[in-house]
Design a protein. Structure first.
Length: 130
């Protein structure tokens, strides 16, 4: 399991250049600096950081990598995690329950009492078609 900070970037291109050209982070995947908005993963000495210009607003976002996102969600619900709407109805919003994302992960999001987002993320198996 890994916990990965996501840094909000007001200017994605400038942030990308700063992290990769000045601070020796290496581009891993995602968008590159060609666009004004984007999301990418950068790494330095094996540690990952997410750079994002469109997610999180003024709050912090932390990605928490897990091996079983569905089991985590069930456990948290049993402990009192509140979700919007009816948790027993399939939802398209990742705050209501785990959802397969087009970028190859299964995720659900939780907001803490201060509005910070925790993104519980599990990589989808290669070749999985959901």
């Amino acid at each position: 399991m890994a916990i990965i900070p996501q840094i909000r970037c007001s200017d994605f291109r400038r942030a990308f250049e700063f992290y990769t050209k000045i601070l020796d982070f290496e581009y891993v995947e995602g968008d590159n600096s060609e666009g004004d908005t984007g999301f990418c993963v950068v790494s330095r000495r094996g540690d990952l950081v997410f750079l994002c210009s469109y997610d999180g607003g003024d709050r912090s976002v932390v990605a928490i990598m897990t091996d079983n996102v569905d089991a985590d969600f069930r456990t948290f619900r049993a402990r009192g995690l509140q979700t919007p709407g009816d948790p027993n109805v399939p939802a398209e919003e990742v705050h209501q329950g785990p959802l397969d994302q087009t970028w190859g992960t299964r995720e659900f999001y939780v907001q803490d009492p201060d509005g910070n987002s925790l993104r519980f993320t599990q990589p989808l198996e290669a070749g999985r078609k959901d």
